[in-house]
Design a protein around this ligand. Structure first.
Ligand code: ARG
Length: 567
C-alpha cells in the first residue's frame, strides 16, 4: 500500500467516529499535497463535509485531527479548514525505497483496469501526404497513454486509423494519370503524390471537368474497379513504408492498421440503422443527421453522388470496435480542430441507440507552431518528420562528442537522446497547449529537456557503477534521517499517484513534469551530499540513488523515451 492510502485509511477510520462514511479510496482522491513542506506531506480539506455535518470546515478539522491514529506519523495537526499530516520521514523513506528496489518495474503498477480493453485511435496519417507534426503528437501521446493504461491494468489496443479512403483518391488517380509516372512515385513517393494532388487543386479551378473525372474515379474505387483498386493499393503500400520509417525511429508499434478503407463493407449497416430509425434526412441532395437538438451542425453521412464520408467511416469504425473489443473506454487521440467531428459522431451513435457512446473519449491536443505561427500542409510549409528526428540525433551526437567522446555505444545513445528529446518535449507540454518547436532548444542537455533528465539518470547509474552496486544489492539498506533527502524521497513516494493522475486526465505531461521535478530535486540533493562516503551511510545513500534511477527509468518507459545508462 502506498503512503497516500495509508494516510487515507487512517482518516477514513477516524471519520466513522464523526458518523461520516467515506472509503479510503474516496479519501485518497480528496487528499491534497501542500505547496510547502511546513504544511505537512498531505492535507485533508474539510470543506466538503461542512454541509453534511452542519459545522464549519475549521471546526471539523479541529474535531477530526485528534481522532486520527498517528502511529507511523510524525504528527497530525489541524490548521484552518485542513488537517495536515506530517509523515515520519525515516519510516517513509524506508518503506518507499524498499518498495521500489524490491521490484522496480512493479512500482506504481495497479489493477484499476482489470484487463479491460481500451482501443486507442492514434497517429492515423493520410496516405499520399506527409505525416505532419500533428500526427507526430498523436503518435507519441497515444503511445504514452497506452503505456500508462497498461501499467494500471488496462489492455490498450493501438489502432492506426489510416486516412486511406475518400474522394481525394479520385483526385490523386486523375493527377497521377495526367502528370505522374511509376518511376517518379517510386523515387520519392510522398513528395510526388502530394505534388499531383496540389497541382490538381490548382488546375481544377480552370478545368472543372477534372472534378467530374475525380468523382468518377472515386466511384470506381468504391465499386471495386480493378485499375482504381490497384493504384490505390500501391499508393497505400508505398506511403505506409515511408510512415514506417518514422515509427521505427520512435520505436512505436501498432496493434492494427485498419484505416478508413477497412470500413467500406461496414457502412451499409450504419446507413440501414439510420434509415430504420428515421434519422436520415435529405438536405441539398445529401443525406444528413440533424443534430440541432444538441446544438451541433448536422452530420454529413452520404454525399449527393452517393460517395461515403469520413463521418460514415468513423461511425462504422466505432461500432466495429465495440463489437470486436468490447471496450471499457475508446480513445481518439486527434487534434483539437476535430472536436466537432467527434461530438457529432458521439451524438449520432447515441441517437442510433448505442449508449456505449458515452465511453468514447476524444483526447484532443494543441498545435505545434513555429515562431508562434501554425504549420500547415496547404501553404507548403511542411516539415518532414524523418528529417526532424535525424537532425535531433545529429545534435545529440555533437553534444556527446564534446562531453563524452569515448562513449562506447555512441550511435545508440545519440539515437535515444535525440529522438527522446523530441518525444519528451512534446509530452512535457500540457496536451492542449500550443507550443513552438525549436530543435536546438529541444535537444539541449540543460533546462527542462529530456536530455537533462536522461543525463540525471545516467549520472545516478554512474555513481552506482563506481560503487559496484545495483539496486538489488541495496534493498535492505536502512534509511537515514536525512532532511536533505526529504524532497527526493517525497517525490519518489508520489510516483504511483502521479501515474493514476496522468491516466485520469489522459495527460502524459503529468509524468514528464514529474520526471523533471524528481531530476531537479535529485541534482540539488547530489550537489549538497556526498554519496560515496566509504562509511556506514554509503549504502543507505546509494539506495536512494538507485531508487531515483529506477523511477526515472520507469517514467521514461511510460513516455516511450530511452534511458541510456551512460551518456
Ligand atoms: N486521418 C485523419 C487526419 O489526418 C485523422 C484520423 C483520426 N481518427 C479518426 N478515427 N477519425 O486528420
Amino acid at each position: 500500500m502506498d503512503l497516500r492510502h495509508t494516510v487515507a485509511t487512517k482518516i477514513s477510520t477516524a471519520l466513522t467516529q464523526l458518523d461520516v462514511s467515506l472509503t479510503a479510496d474516496q479519501v485518497a482522491n480528496m487528499l491534497e499535497v501542500p505547496k510547502t513542506l511546513d504544511l505537512g506531506d498531505f492535507a485533508f480539506p474539510a470543506f466538503q463535509l461542512a454541509k453534511t455535518l452542519h459545522r464549519s470546515p475549521v471546526q471539523i478539522a479541529q474535531q477530526l485531527a485528534p481522532l486520527v491514529d498517528a502511529t507511523g506519523l510524525q504528527k497530525v495537526e489541524a490548521k484552518g479548514p485542513y488537517v495536515n499530516f506530517f509523515l515520519d520521514q525515516t519510516t517513509f523513506a524506508q518503506t518507499t525505497i524498499h518498495t521500489i528496489l524490491a521490484e522496480p518495474t512493479a512500482y506504481g503498477q495497479a489493477d484499476l483496469g482489470q484487463g479491460g480493453n481500451v482501443p486507442i485511435d492514434m497517429s492515423s496519417p493520410n496516405i499520399a501526404k506527409p505525416m505532419s507534426m500533428g500526427h507526430l503528437r498523436s503518435t507519441v501521446i497515444g503511445n504514452a497513454l497506452a503505456n500508462i493504461l497498461a501499467k494500471l491494468g488496462y489492455h490498450p489496443i493501438k489502432i492506426n486509423h489510416l486516412g486511406d479512403w475518400g474522394t481525394q483518391f479520385g483526385k490523386l488517380i486523375v493527377g497521377y494519370k495526367m502528370w505522374g509516372s511509376e518511376e517518379a512515385v517510386k523515387e520519392n513517393p510522398i513528395k510526388n503524390l502530394l505534388a499531383y494532388y496540389v497541382r490538381f487543386h490548382k488546375e481544377d479551378k480552370e478545368h472543372p471537368e477534372m472534378d467530374d473525372e475525380a468523382r468518377e474515379w472515386f466511384r470506381k474505387l468504391e465499386d471495386g474497379d480493378e485499375e482504381a483498386t490497384k493504384l490505390w493499393a500501391w499508393f497505400r503500400e508505398i506511403s505506409l513504408k515511408e510512415f514506417q520509417k518514422v515509427y521505427d525511429q520512435l520505436g512505436v508499434t501498432f496493434d492494427s492498421y485498419n484505416g478508413e478503407a477497412f470500413y467500406n463493407d461496414k457502412m451499409d449497416e450504419v446507413i440501414d440503422i439510420l434509415e430504420q430509425k428515421g434519422l436520415l434526412v435529405k438536405s441539398q441532395g445529401a443525406d444528413i443527421v440533424d443534430l440541432s437538438d444538441q446544438d451541433l451542425n448536422p452530420a454529413l453521412i452520404r454525399k449527393s453522388d452517393g460517395a461515403s464520408l469520413y463521418m460514415t467511416r468513423d461511425l462504422a469504425a466505432a461500432i466495429y470496435r465495440k463489437r470486436t473489443y468490447h471496450f471499457v473506454q475508446s480513445l481518439y487521440v486527434v487534434g483539437g480542430e476535430q472536436k466537432e467531428h467527434f461530438d457529432q459522431m458521439k451524438a449520432v451513435l447515441k441517437k442510433m441507440g448505442f449508449d456505449w457512446a458515452d465511453e468514447i473519449v476524444h483526447v484532443p491536443f494543441g498545435l505545434i507552431t513555429e515562431g508562434g505561427k501554425k504549420l500547415s500542409t496547404r501553404s507548403g510549409r511542411i516539415i518532414l518528420l524523418e528529417k526532424v528526428l535525424q537532425d535531433a540525433v545529429q545534435l545529440a551526437r555533437q553534444q556527446i562528442d564534446e562531453k563524452n567522446p569515448s562513449l562506447p555505444n555512441k550511435e545508440e545513445v545519440a539515437h535515444q537522446v535525440g529522438v527522446g528529446a523530441v518525444v519528451f518535449h512534446d509530452l512535457k507540454n500540457d496536451r492542449m497547449d500550443n507550443f513552438d518547436f525549436n530543435l536546438e532548444e529541444v535537444v539541449r542537455f540543460e533546462g527542462e529537456t529530456g536530455p537533462y533528465v536522461q543525463y540525471t539518470n545516467a549520472r545516478a547509474q554512474s555513481i552506482l557503477r563506481k560503487a559496484g552496486k545495483t539496486g538489488a544489492d541495496l534493498v535492505d539498506a536502512p534509511a537515514l534521517a536525512d532532511p536533505n533527502a526529504w524532497e527526493v524521497v517525497r517525490y519518489l513516494g508520489d510516483f504511483p499517484e502521479t501515474i493514476q493522475r496522468a491516466a485520469r486526465e489522459y495527460e502524459p505531461s503529468v509524468i514528464a513534469k514529474y520526471a523533471l521535478r524528481l531530476a531537479k530535486a535529485f541534482n540539488k540533493y547530489y550537489a549538497h551530499t556526498k554519496v560515496l562516503t566509504g562509511d556506514a551511510t554509503q549504502d543507505s545513500r546509494l539506495a536512494l540513488v538507485a531508487a531515483v534511477s529506477a523511477v526515472l527509468t520507469s517514467a521514461f518507459s511510460l513516455l516511450g523515451v530511452g534511458a541510456p545508462a551512460e551518456m
